[in-house]
Write a protein that binds this ligand. Structure first.
Ligand code: FAD
Length: 406
């Protein structure tokens, strides 16, 4: 038997092991799309998928500003893995744990499983890194289980809604804008102030000034007090007349205010790629993928290693739509490689195009979109981009997490 025929026979006999790190938009998109390909009646491929995530399920990150303002929505925004219907099948395994190391040469990952002191090793045929960016509290809840997250979010909601003095949100990037506006719109009695160090909101985004100015108008229109050119210098806890802890805040321009809570929405996010070899990464820690979503070819077995979502070094503003699209491309290309091995078919890779700057920004009951087609804002943009649940239904159905419709 020739070596090619032997390889085909061996490949057909056992399932491919695919390890996906990250159970969020990009990792879930990769898993669902790969299963869909491998289930094809005309060319089925046996596959075993392992999904590893530090959390016990999927957290709808886009909804975070509302999840930290409205209890009912917090319940909805985190779905435990066992409740993701489409992935409840024998050939999909979920591991709650942290990926410690990936050795592309031996195709082995080291995983520290929750509740198990000893890290274990997992062999794979294909690997997808979809571990996103590490973000600090209160941009993102830090809990790893749904139960603890509900407590964490609940405590925050109590603190920001029982305030007498204004709640100060610091940082006028997309996250700060959304946090301030969601809090104001959900709890109109709360005075919310958004402070930003520059003269325009969204100042670090590659967007036209018209979009930045429009964001400012929408923030003010939502009832949030906007302080531009206000860089935080200091904040210290003092007692108010009733003996409660409040913050005395000072800005570098000399302005002072008292706030009941200070919500910092300004931290730099760090790619969660410490488990990867340095040669796969750029200086910021993002994965230097090729347009096929594969690792750069200086990494051993680069062709079997993929990355998608916020972890990749690619053009465009980091967005969940891009993360889902890239996860799908990784899945389609892995399937092409499986087909090559099984049938000797030349792979037809799907390539990721350059992504122009674009954004969809929810500002309370309205939204702003800006991209190559220009800028638009209003409730109709909110409906199109987010509906009435900050995009939960749109993402859930796009990912087909409730089940693939026949
Ligand atoms: C507050 C906020 C609002 C946003 N709003 C919008 C919006 O309106 N529209 C939009 O398009 N985008 C928005 N974004 C950006 C969007 O959320 C991201 O682009 C998207 O989450 C990227 O998806 P991802 O799957 O690549 O990574 P993530 O969603 O970050 O998921 C990564 C997953 O990997 C897991 N993980 C990380 N490291 C490890 C490890 N070592 N081991 C195991 N698991 C690990 C994490 O627990 C997480 O579940 C927003 C972001 C934030 C923070």
């Amino acid at each position: 038997m020739g070596s090619c025929v032997k390889a085909v026979a061996t490949a057909a006999a056992t399932s491919y092991r695919v390890l996906i790190a990250g159970c969020s938009y990009s990792g879930l998109s990769a898993a669902v799309n790969l299963l869909e390909q491998c289930d094809k009646i005309e060319s089925p491929v046996p596959v075993d998928i392992i999904i590893v995530d530090e959390r016990d399920g999927f957290y709808h990150l886009i909804g975070s500003p509302l999840a930290l303002a409205a209890r009912e929505y917090s319940e909805k925004a985190w779905v435990e893995f066992k409740d993701i219907k489409v992935l409840q099948r024998p050939n999909v395994r979920f591991v709650q744990g942290s990926l410690g190391k990936v050795d592309p040469g031996s195709k082995t990952a080291t995983i520290s499983e929750r509740g198990n002191q000893t890290p274990r090793q997992e062999k794979y045929d294909y690997f997808i890194a979809a571990t996103g960016l590490r973000r600090v509290w209160p941009v993102v809840p830090q809990s790893l289980s749904r139960k603890l997250y509900l407590m964490e979010a609940g405590k925050h909601i109590s603190a920001v809604t029982s305030s007498t003095a204004p709640v100060l949100v610091v940082g006028g990037g997309a996250v700060g804008i959304e946090m301030a506006a969601e809090l104001k719109v959900t709890h109109p009695h709360v005075n919310v102030t958004l402070a930003h160090s520059r003269d325009k909101l969204l100042s670090s985004e590659p967007l036209p000034d018209s979009a930045k100015e429009c964001a400012g108008d929408l923030v003010v229109g939502s009832g949030v007090e906007l302080l531009l050119n206000h860089r935080l210098a200091d904040s210290k806890i003092i007692k108010d007349e009733a003996g409660r802890d409040v913050y005395e805040v000072e800005f570098t321009n000399g302005h002072r205010m008292v706030a009941s809570e200070v919500v910092m929405a300004i931290s730099r996010s760090i790619p969660s790629t410490a488990f990867l070899p340095q040669e796969a990464l750029n200086e910021e820690g993002l994965v230097n993928v090729r347009a096929t979503m594969q690792f750069p070819d200086n990494v051993p077995n680069a062709a079997s290693h993929f990355a998608s979502g916020d972890v990749i070094n690619w053009s465009g503003i980091k967005r969940c739509g891009a993360a889902m699209h890239e996860g799908k491309l990784a899945a389609l290309n892995i399937y092409q490689l499986m087909q090559q091995q099984q049938l000797g078919k030349e792979p037809e890779f799907n390539l990721l195009a350059e992504i122009p700057p674009m954004i969809g920004l929810a500002v309370g009951k309205t939204a702003l979109s800006c991209g190559p087609e220009g800028m638009s804002h209003g409730p109709q943009v909110m409906k199109l981009f987010f509906e009435d649940d900050l995009g939960f239904r749109i993402c859930w159905d796009h990912l087909r997490l409730g089940g693939i419709k026949a």
